[in-house]
Design a protein around this ligand. Structure first.
Ligand code: FPP
Length: 257
């Protein structure tokens, strides 16, 4: 019997074939934006948009793990997000807790190691406990590292890194002149990880929103009009393909033609 492959699937296969999987970005960071607008367009509550966004999270984590990305960082809750209505905040926290409980076995099976970036000590105690457990149970995983940025701010992270560095320096009596970029980076939440090569933002906004300010110094930026709950594997592959078409210069000259 003749098998009919849907047009979308054919497009996705062609897209996957156009990617050189030996030259992937090591670290992809994503600002998942547009959940509220997605919900408004459907006359739903904002939290319904966030809930729909977890489907995209699942698909992107699975794809990143399968294609061999080393680190994926998702911006789930910023230090500024506390300004949102209490109901939305507690619904978001519940959603995160539920996601981690429901997905833990899949994460372990896919060899995904979970890490959290942010001031976790300021989160509700039950959320903290759940997160610590989830991190501990994926500690032995050696595939994709999934960073979830939670109560995260780029400036806050730099402040925390400076505090950590100064505390270490006062212990071992190092002089201020010994501080260099590498010394500070060892106190960032992402210590030991490569910086993002690719920053993805959905919903068309052209802002970095206090996300990984230190680490995105040389990241390539991909902005899509698609709202986060509609973001699918196809969009992720599109971003990877576009990234491979960029010439990364790190402030140097373009390579000769
Ligand atoms: C931004 O959309 C999105 C957030 C503040 C939350 C993102 C959280 C999730 C997708 C939930 C699950 C996350 C994980 C890691 C399981 P917005 O509300 O600012 O949208 P708007 O700009 O359209 O209002």
């Amino acid at each position: 019997m003749l098998e009919v492959i849907p047009a979308d699937a054919t497009e996705e296969i062609a897209l996957a074939r156009s990617i050189d999987f030996a030259r992937l970005p090591r670290h992809v960071a994503i600002i998942m934006d547009g959940n509220g607008r997605w919900a408004r367009q459907r006359h739903k509550r904002r939290i319904d948009g966030h809930r729909a966004g977890t489907v995209s999270v699942r698909e992107v984590v699975e794809t990143a793990a399968r294609v061999g990305i080393e680190v994926l960082t998702l911006y789930a809750f910023s230090v500024e997000n506390w300004k949102r209505p209490k109901r939305e905040i507690s619904a978001l926290m519940a959603l995160l807790r539920r996601y981690l409980t429901a997905e833990l076995a899949t994460l372990i099976r896919s060899n995904v190691r979970l890490r959290l970036l942010g001031r976790l000590s300021e989160l509700p105690r039950d959320v903290q406990a759940g997160l610590e457990d989830a991190m501990a149970s994926t500690r032995q995983c050696t595939g994709l590292t999934l960073n979830v940025a939670l109560n995260y701010g780029g400036r806050t992270e730099i402040v925390d890194a400076v505090r950590g560095l100064l505390a270490a320096m006062s212990l071992d009596g190092r002089a201020p002149e010994s501080i260099d970029e590498a010394a500070l980076a060892t106190h960032l939440y992402t210590a030991g990880q490569p910086d993002p090569d690719l920053l993805i933002r959905t919903s068309g906004e052209l802002r970095v929103s206090n996300f990984l300010l230190w680490q995105i110094a040389y990241a390539e930026i991909w902005v899509g009009e698609v709202l986060w709950p509609d973001f699918r594997r196809r969009h992720f592959l599109e971003a990877l393909r576009d990234y491979q078409g960029r010439e990364r210069r790190y402030g140097g000259l373009a390579s000769p033609q």
